[in-house]
Design a protein around this ligand. Structure first.
Ligand code: 9MJ
Length: 741
C-alpha cells in the first residue's frame, strides 16, 4: 500500500480512479440496506516510525502556527468501524463504514451488543448524535469461542478482527447475539447540538451517556509525549484483553481539527502509529508431533523463520489433527501465522494460491510417538491424540514419576518435583523402575552435580549433613514403597482414565497384575462402571512394549504386590461368548443379535472364520452380517475375539475355584455324552474341572452324573443300566453354577 501510495504521489497521472489507495473499506455486499453517512467515516493515515510521527506533529504546528500541542492518544483497536445514530437519545440506526461515504445497515445486529446502549443515560445529549467507534472481539472470548468450535467440530474464526467483522455481517441477528462482541466509542459523526471543544472532553461526555470508552486514552503533549505513549502502550500490548494494531493520535482541539481539514479520505489532524503486524505469511517446512508432559500429542508446524510482532517465529501450533484437516495445511504450503499476546503462535490459514505444484499430499497423523515409538491413540469423539507409552515415553517421564511417587500412589515421601527434575535431567532415572535402583551414593552424587551445575557448592559440613539426611530418608522411603497393594500399583502406573476408584475395582475383580497386564481389553468391561473408553485405554497401555518392559523392570527391582488374589467369583457372570461380542463393540451387533448369533454358532473360532452367508444363515440381518465380517477381516479384531474367548475360559476356571470357599464338585466324577448346545464339550469339561469335578470318558458305578445331550447313545444306556443319575443341559448348568442337582 505504501509503495503504491509513493508511486501515485510520484506519478499522479498514472493513478487510476479505482486505485485501492482511494478506497477506505469494503464495498457493500448487497446483503444489507445501504446507509449514507452524512458526515463521511474517515480512515486514518499511517505512521510507521518516529520520523513520520514527528513530521505529522510538525505539519500541524506549522499550519496552526502553534507549539507544544495537546493530543488525545488512544489505542487503535483492530476490529470493525461502525457508526451509531441516536435521535432524542434513542438508538435508531447502526452502520458499517463501508467505503466511508456509505455503509451497510446492521442495526439489528448491533442491537444485540450490550455495549451499544439502546437509550442514552442523562438528558444533556444532542437531538441527533452519531457515535463512531470500533466493534471488536476480546481475546479471551475469541479463544473460548474457538475452543468450543474446535471441540464441536465447528468453524473456527481466523482472528478476533475477522471474528468481529463476520459476526456483525450475519443476516440473522440471533447468530450475532451468540458472538462475544464488544464496542469502544472514539469519535463522532453528525451532531445536531452543542458539544465540548476538545476531543478528550467529548469522549468523557460519551462515557457519561453510557458508551464504553477506552480506559487507555490519555492527553499528551508534543511529539515526545506521543512517542512515549506509543512505547508505554507497546509494552502493555500483549497483556491487553483485546488486539490493537497501533495507537491513534488526534489533535485534541476541535477548532484546530477543523482548520487542519482532510486529504482524500483521511484527516490531517489524526494519524495511526502502527505496531509491527501480528500476522505474517511464511512457508511450512515440516509438520511434527510434540508430546506434552501428560502425553498429549500436538501437531506443530516448523516454519521458515519470520518476524511476527517483533519476534522471530519458527514454530506455530496447529492445535490438533482436526484443525489441520479443517485448514488443510500441507508441508510446503504458505500460511498465515499469527502471534498475539503471549499465546503460542498459531497457523491461521493457508494461502491456497501459493500451494506448490505438484500438490503436496494431505497430512496424516503418524501412528507412533516420535519420542518413544508407542502408538498414538485417540479416543472416540475426542479431538486430541495422545501417546500411549505412559511409562516409557521420555516426554512424559517427569509427570509419570511425579504421579507414581505421589502419596495416594506409591507414596514415596521426599521425592518432590525438584528432585524429580534433577534425577531425570541428570540421567539417573529414565523410568519409574529406575527409582528402585537408586543408592545413597547416587543421590549424593546427583545432589553434588546439581549444585555444581547451579554454581551453589555448599561446602559447609552442615549442608553436607542435610544432603546426607535427605538422601537417607529418600532411600528409606523408596525401600518402603517396594511392598505395595495391587490397587496402589495400578493407580501409580498412570494409565489414562484409571483413577483410584477404577484401580481399586480392577484390583478387586481380577486380583493379579500378571493377569491384568495380559487381559484383552474387552474383558475389563466385566468390572462394573468400566465402559469401552476406559477398557480401551487399559488395553492401549498394556499393548505397548515399552510399558510392559517397565512393569517387568519394576518386578525385577523387587516391587511386590502383597495382596495378589484369585479373580473374584463375581466375574463368572458375563464370561460368555455373547457378552464378549457385545464388549467388543462391533458395529451393528446389538446385544440381542449377539445372543442369537451365539445360539446358532456357539464357538468363537467358528464365528471368527464365518462368511457373510454363514452369518446370515445364523440369523443376522445382512447389514449386521456384513459389518461383522468386515470387522473380522481385520486380523487384530479376530485375534481379539479369540484371545478374549480363551481368556474368558481361563478366568472362568480361576474364578470358579473360589466359589463357596472350595471346589463344590470335589470328589464327583462326571461323564459328558451327546451333543451339547449351550457350551461345547471342551468348555464344559474345563469348567467342571475348575469346580473340582473329574470328567471321565466312560460310565461306571463310580460315576456321579452322566450329562446327556442330544443323540446320546451307549453311555446313556449304560448309565440307565447302572442307575447313575442322568442330567440334561439344564442340570449341567446347575453343576456349572456349583450346585448339585
Ligand atoms: C481505532 N480503530 O481504535 C479511530 N480508532 O478516528 C481510534 N480509529 C479513528 N480512532 C478517526 N481510536 C477515524 C478513525
Amino acid at each position: 500500500m505504501r509503495e503504491l501510495q509513493a508511486l501515485e504521489a510520484a506519478h499522479p497521472a498514472l493513478a487510476t480512479p479505482d486505485s485501492p489507495t482511494r478506497r477506505v473499506g469494503a464495498a457493500p455486499s448487497g446483503k444489507f440496506a445501504e446507509v449514507r453517512h452524512v458526515v463521511p467515516m474517515l480512515s486514518l493515515s499511517n505512521a510507521f516510525g518516529e520520523e513520520e510521527v514527528r513530521d505529522f506533529v510538525r505539519r500541524i504546528e506549522e499550519k496552526l502556527d502553534r507549539r507544544v500541542l495537546s493530543f488525545s492518544a488512544e489505542p487503535k483497536l483492530d476490529g470493525l468501524a461502525i457508526s451509531l445514530r441516536y435521535v432524542q437519545g434513542m438508538f435508531g440506526q447502526g452502520a458499517t463504514r463501508g467505503d466511508g461515504a456509505s455503509g451497510e445497515d446492521v442495526t439489528a445486529n448491533l442491537r444485540t451488543l450490550k455495549d451499544v446502549p439502546s437509550q442514552l443515560r442523562g438528558s444533556d445529549w444532542p437531538a441527533v448524535l452519531e457515535v463512531r467507534g470500533e466493534v471488536y472481539m476480546p481475546r479471551a472470548d475469541f479463544e473460548r469461542y474457538n475452543e468450543q468450535a474446535r471441540a464441536n467440530g465447528g468453524k473456527v474464526l481466523a482472528n478476533p478482527r475477522n471474528g468481529a467483522a463476520g459476526s456483525l455481517r450475519q443476516l440473522d441477528p440471533r447468530i450475532t447475539a451468540q458472538r462475544p462482541l464488544a464496542f469502544f466509542a472514539y469519535g463522532l459523526g453528525e451532531v445536531q447540538g452543542k458539544l465540548p471543544d476538545t476531543h478528550s472532553a467529548q469522549l468523557a461526555l460519551l462515557a457519561s451517556w453510557g458508551f464504553p470508552v477506552s480506559p487507555l486514552g490519555e492527553v499528551v503533549n508534543g511529539a515526545d509525549g506521543l512517542l512515549d505513549y506509543y512505547r508505554r502502550i507497546g509494552e502493555r500490548r500483549d497483556g491487553l484483553p483485546f488486539d490493537i494494531d497501533g495507537v491513534v493520535y488526534k489533535l485534541d482541539d476541535i477548532a484546530g481539527q477543523r482548520e487542519m481539514g482532510f486529504v482524500s479520505r483521511a484527516p490531517r489532524w489524526a494519524i495511526a502509529h502502527k505496531f509491527p503486524a501480528q500476522e505474517q505469511s511464511t512457508r511450512v517446512e515440516a509438520i511434527e508431533i510434540q508430546i506434552g508432559r501428560t502425553g498429549a500429542a500436538t501437531p506443530v508446524a516448523r516454519l521458515a523463520p519470520v518476524q511476527v510482532a517483533g519476534v522471530t517465529v519458527t514454530n506455530a501450533t496447529l492445535h490438533n489433527a482436526d484443525q489441520i484437516a479443517r485448514l488443510d495445511v500441507r508441508v510446503g504450503d504458505t500460511v498465515i501465522v499469527r502471534r498475539a499476546g503471549d499465546v503460542i503462535p498459531e497457523v491461521v490459514s493457508v494461502i491456497a494460491e501459493r500451494r506448490p505444484h505438484p500438490e503436496p499430499p494431505q497430512w496424516k497423523m503418524p501412528a507412533h510417538c516420535p519420542v518413544c515409538d508407542s502408538e498414538l491413540v485417540r479416543e472416540e469423539g475426542a479431538a486430541a491424540w495422545r501417546c500411549s507409552g505412559e511409562l516409557s515415553c521420555p516426554a512424559q517421564r517427569k509427570e509419570t514419576i511425579r504421579h507414581f511417587a505421589s502419596r495416594r500412589a506409591m507414596d514415596i515421601e521426599g521425592l518432590g518435583d525438584r528432585f524429580i527434575e534433577e534425577l531425570s535431567d541428570l540421567g539417573y532415572v529414565e523410568s519409574v523402575a529406575d527409582l528402585y535402583k537408586l543408592q545413597l551414593a547416587d543421590l549424593l552424587e546427583m545432589k553434588r552435580r546439581a549444585d555444581e551445575r547451579d554454581g551453589t557448592t555448599p561446602e559447609t559440613v552442615k549442608a553436607g549433613k542435610v544432603a546426607t539426611k535427605w538422601a537417607e530418608n529418600l532411600v528409606a522411603a523408596i525401600e518402603r514403597s517396594r511392598e505395595t497393594t495391587l490397587e496402589r500399583l495400578l493407580y501409580a502406573l498412570g494409565i489414562e482414565h484409571v483413577g483410584e476408584s477404577t484401580a481399586k475395582a480392577i484390583a478387586q475383580w481380577f486380583g493379579d497384575l500378571e493377569l491384568i497386564r495380559r487381559l484383552p481389553w474387552p474383558l475389563f468391561q466385566r468390572v462394573p462402571d468400566i465402559g469401552g473408553e476406559v477398557a480401551r485405554s487399559l488395553g492401549h497401555f498394556f499393548d505397548q512394549r515399552g510399558n510392559q518392559k517397565v512393569i517387568d523392570a519394576l518386578a525385577k527391582r523387587g516391587v511386590r504386590v502383597t495382596d495378589t488374589h484369585a479373580p473374584s467369583a463375581k466375574l463368572r457372570e458375563g464370561l460368555d461368548l455373547a457378552t464378549l461380542l457385545v464388549d467388543l463393540e462391533i458395529p451393528k451387533l446389538t446385544e440381542l443379535r449377539a445372543r442369537q448369533l451365539v445360539i446358532a454358532i456357539p464357538e468363537a473360532e467358528r464365528i471368527a472364520s464365518a462368511t457373510v452367508q454363514g452369518l446370515v444363515a445364523a440369523g443376522l440381518p445382512v447389514d449386521a452380517a456384513e459389518a461383522l465380517a468386515a470387522w473380522l477381516k481385520q486380523k487384530a479384531n479376530s485375534r481379539l475375539l479369540l484371545d478374549g474367548f480363551a481368556m474368558q475360559k481361563a478366568l472362568l476356571a480361576l474364578a470358579s475355584r473360589l466359589v463357596a470357599g472350595a471346589a463344590p464338585l470335589e470328589g464327583r466324577t462326571i461323564v459328558l455324552t451327546g451333543t451339547l448346545i449351550a457350551v461345547t464339550r471342551e468348555q464344559a469339561t474345563e469348567q467342571l474341572e475348575a469346580l473340582g469335578a473329574k470328567v471321565a470318558g466312560s460310565v461306571s458305578k463310580k460315576t456321579s452324573y452322566v450329562v446327556a445331550g442330544a443323540e446320546a447313545g451307549s453311555k446313556l444306556t449304560k448309565a440307565r443300566e447302572l442307575g447313575v443319575p442322568v442330567l440334561d443341559e439344564a442340570g449341567l448348568q446347575q453343576l456349572l453354577a456349583g450346585r448339585l442337582p
